[in-house]
Ligand binder design. Structure first.
Ligand code: ADP
Length: 397
């Protein structure tokens, strides 16, 4: 069954065409700068990469273009868009409405719309993606897969903020957590490897956006992101955890509006803010090797924050069977994995430096034989989860 996966953002969209039954990736790509100028990067299989630069004024034109490329003579992977049997959409915020993926109905769209105040940039773009697909492929079912859904198993003691309770009941103020599809995929792969009942796993999803998740018996019990994806770890451009007192202090000192302070914490902080070099960790690691002091501090701060979450989640679960590293930094940076694990031997966490430095594709163990806690690198695959959920929900149609 061919499933089209769509992740629609404000000025970009990512897509994949997957055979959900065999997990075969037919094609994938990214359209950027929609409404500005337009770039489409399309990949067929693992090798063939094509780039198109042409005006793409709207998301509808972007999706039409992608569908044309999928069926076009030179670039075609399918004969007709009629071969697409279902569409899976990545939706950022499902609030407390959605504890799992669901077939899109008018009521589902209405609920995603109600959640716009909690995800003002993402949910409108996600809804637009759904509506365009409904228009362009009216007979094809759409499925919504939520970034927040996996964390809906968190209980109140782990998701409430210590503020007046009425703000939870009246204004939905609570921790929701994000990257749920990735935390689910990685922890599920790890459960299969561990082959153990009652597993205690900590997933470190370290990319441009980063979060840690404590997963007990396959269920999220706590995660570092909160009401929004701003809480928790130090990220590419996001500050992560910060004293709330910083906000009024800076607003007054720098005469900032609430939008400007949000912009400061979301886009100017994190790795970029501390290092002053880049939000791309590779560049900061390079500068640190060349002796740049602020880059060195950035890396230490980043790893200390991850360590703090690892230790607190191990404490929360009363131990940890496995720690998993995933996403751009987690999968590729042996330096960050080493710095995070270093010093945690007292908890039974022993990294094997040789295994850690080997670059290999696929799931791999990087802990010493003697390590009580296993350490793994597990490449994430959110799109595959979306494809499988979409397949499972629509196969009887
Ligand atoms: P996104 O959250 O946008 O999906 P990714 O998961 O692709 O991002 O992660 C991007 C991050 O991964 C960037 O900060 C990039 O510098 C980092 N990264 C990729 N490869 C390496 C590497 N070899 N060493 C260190 N960081 C890396």
């Amino acid at each position: 069954m061919l499933v089209f996966i769509l992740n629609a953002g404000t000025s970009s969209l990512k897509y994949q065409l997957i055979n959900a039954k065999t997990s075969e990736l037919k094609a994938s790509g990214l359209v950027e700068r929609i409404g500005i100028d337009g770039i489409l990067k399309h990949e067929v299989g693992e090798n063939k990469k094509l780039t198109f630069e042409l005006p793409i004024p709207t998301h509808k034109e972007a999706i039409e273009l992608v569908l044309r490329i999928l069926t076009n003579d030179e670039t075609k992977v399918i004969n007709s868009i009629k071969e697409i049997q279902a569409i899976g959409h990545r939706i950022v915020h499902g609030g407390e409405f959605f504890k799992e993926s669901t077939i899109v109905t008018p009521d589902v769209i209405d609920k995603i719309e109600q959640l716009i105040p909690l995800a003002p940039l993402h949910n409108p773009a996600n809804i637009m993606g759904i509506k365009i697909c409904q228009e362009l492929m009216p007979k094809v079912p759409n499925v919504a897969v939520f970034d927040t859904a996996f964390h809906q198993t968190m209980t109140k003691e782990n998701f409430l903020y210590a503020v007046p309770y009425a703000d939870y009941t009246e204004h939905h103020l609570r921790k929701y957590g994000f990257h749920g599809t990735s935390h689910y995929y990685v922890s599920n792969e790890t459960v299969k490897i561990l082959n153990k009942k009652d597993s205690k796993i900590i997933v470190c999803h370290l990319g441009n956006g980063s979060s840690v998740c404590a997963v007990r018996d396959g269920k999220s019990i706590s995660t570092s992101m909160g009401l929004t994806p701003l809480e928790g770890l130090i990220m590419g451009t996001r500050a992560g955890d910060i004293d709330a007192g910083v906000i009024p202090y800076l607003m007054e000192k720098k005469n900032l509006s609430s939008n400007q302070i949000l912009d400061y914490l979301n886009k100017k902080s994190g790795i970029l803010g501390i290092s002053g070099i880049s939000s791309d960790l590779r560049e900061v690691i390079k500068a640190s090797k060349d002796g740049d002091l602020r880059s060195k501090i950035t890396i230490e701060m980043l790893c200390n924050r991850i360590k703090k979450y690892l230790c607190s989640y191990a404490g929360l679960m009363g131990g940890v069977d496995a720690i998993c590293f995933t996403a751009g930094i987690g999968e590729n940076s042996d330096l960050i994995r080493e710095k995070v694990c270093n010093g945690l031997e007292f908890m039974g966490i022993e990294l094997d430096n040789d295994k850690n430095s080997i670059r290999e594709k696929g799931n791999r163990e990087i802990s010493k034989k003697s390590s009580r806690t296993k350490i793994y690198v597990i490449p994430t695959n959110e799109e595959l989860v979306i494809a499988k959920d979409t397949y499972n929900l629509t196969k009887s149609n």
